[in-house]
Design a protein around this ligand. Structure first.
Ligand SMILES: *Cc1c(COP(=O)(O)O)cnc(C)c1O
Length: 384
């Protein structure tokens, strides 16, 4: 390292949850105190209020709050009655939860390749995956497009393939809540959408949380039943197999405060992404947005030639700049998932990206001075 490089600076946070709390002042504390006072910790009034706000924000008819993004995905598959013998198509370049819920209902995940520029599901590979599933005697049932790193998947192409093949579309917008496609927010596409309020997601709570969005009136009571142990009209009648999938009232109260500043935070993330793009586009491959999409920048992920990424991470670490690699091992190479089929030819784009990607600090409170430190450190490490 050059001697002029300062190493005594405080480390930059990868995601800054504390800055957001400071901005909201006493509002979160007051919201939590209201719940402590009314004591309706489960199914309290804040949960219903949040569901209404979330649906309005997304432009969906209904929102059903739940305990996590993973539960949101699982609840939808359970409510649809997805079962053994059914194929559920998932991109292999994603967080494991997208595919994890599929074996929970006894169905088979079929892994599909992604597009090199957007990191999202490749429509041509989806079509290949449908052929593979049929050849294996599986019934193609559901596709789960993921809005990776905050950018919506190609809803037009996926929707057309789904219609032609009788697939339901379950959008996984755990990373993309608040983003738009053709001017419409995520949560308003497909047959149902799952999102997550894990603290590191664009809209995060102070623990685990999630939600389902749908325009399907008939699905809502089924989702609510699944969320409460498959209860029927009577609480202690069980009409289906369900789970404990509720969102805590406390988390709902916190989210009701956070959602009031979410649009402003999305704008701040967009500004940070544009600054990164302008400052780094000559030294690495910066993220590409489809012209029909906006992103909420859950991650700012660059690409470098194979073999360069881990050295960059080590150099940045020495300068107090954290990085992360999403995702080092694509799903079809994970030991727990290796037995499941994939769309064929080894999913070359997922495998290439897994060796090239690295994510830089990104959040709504990344001030320009900190970001300039990240940029300078990246450029120095890459010898630019
Ligand atoms: C985080 C995430 C999930 C799971 O959300 P949890 O709330 O952590 O259960 C699902 N899919 C994707 C793409 C995610 O990033």
């Amino acid at each position: 390292m050059n001697s002029h490089v300062k190493t005594d600076l405080a480390p930059i946070p990868f995601i800054d949850v504390a800055a957001q709390r400071a901005r909201l002042g006493t509002r979160i504390d007051e919201a939590v105190k209201r719940v402590l006072d009314h004591c309706r910790f489960v199914n309290g009034p804040e949960v219903v209020e949040l569901e209404q706000k979330l649906a309005a924000f997304a432009g969906a008819k209904h929102a059903v709050a739940c305990a996590s993004g993973t539960d949101a995905l699982a609840m939808i598959l359970m409510a649809w009655g997805v079962k053994p013998g059914d194929a559920v198509f998932c991109p292999a370049f994603t967080f494991c939860a997208t595919a994890e819920v599929v074996p929970w209902v006894g169905a088979t995940p079929v892994f599909v390749d992604v597009l090199e520029d957007t990191f999202n599901i490749d429509p041509a590979s989806l079509e290949a995956g449908i052929k593979v599933a049929k050849a294996k005697g599986l019934t193609p049932k559901v596709v789960i497009p993921v809005d990776l790193f905050g950018q919506p998947a190609d809803m037009d192409a996926i929707g057309a393939i789904a219609t032609a093949n009788g697939l339901k579309v379950l959008c996984d917008t755990a990373q993309g809540f608040g983003a738009t496609w053709n001017g419409r927010r995520t949560g308003s596409f497909g047959d149902a959408t799952a999102t997550s309020f894990f603290p590191a997601k664009p809209l995060g709570c102070f623990g685990d949380g999630g939600a389902v969005f749908t325009d399907d009136d008939d699905l809502v009571p089924v989702l609510k039943s699944v969320r409460e142990h498959g209860q029927g009209v009577d609480k202690y009648e069980n009409v289906r197999i369900g789970m404990t999938g509720r969102l805590d009232t406390m988390q709902a109260a916190i989210l009701l405060e956070k959602i009031t500043i979410f649009e402003d935070e999305i704008a701040a993330r967009q500004r940070a992404a544009e600054r990164y793009n302008a400052a780094l586009k000559d030294v690495c491959i910066v993220p590409t947005l489809d012209p029909r999409a906006t992103s909420v920048w859950a991650q700012y992920t660059i690409r470098l030639p194979h073999g360069v990424r881990d050295g960059l991470a080590a150099a940045l670490q020495k300068e107090g700049v954290p990085t992360a690699v999403y995702y080092r091992i694509p799903m079809h190479r994970q030991p727990a998932y290796a037995e499941y089929p994939s769309a064929g030819n080894g999913l070359p784009v997922c495998e290439r990206l897994a060796g090239e990607v690295i994510s830089l600090p990104m959040h709504a409170y990344l001030d320009e001075a900190s970001q300039d430190r990240v940029i300078a450190a990246v450029r120095r490490a890459l010898g630019a």
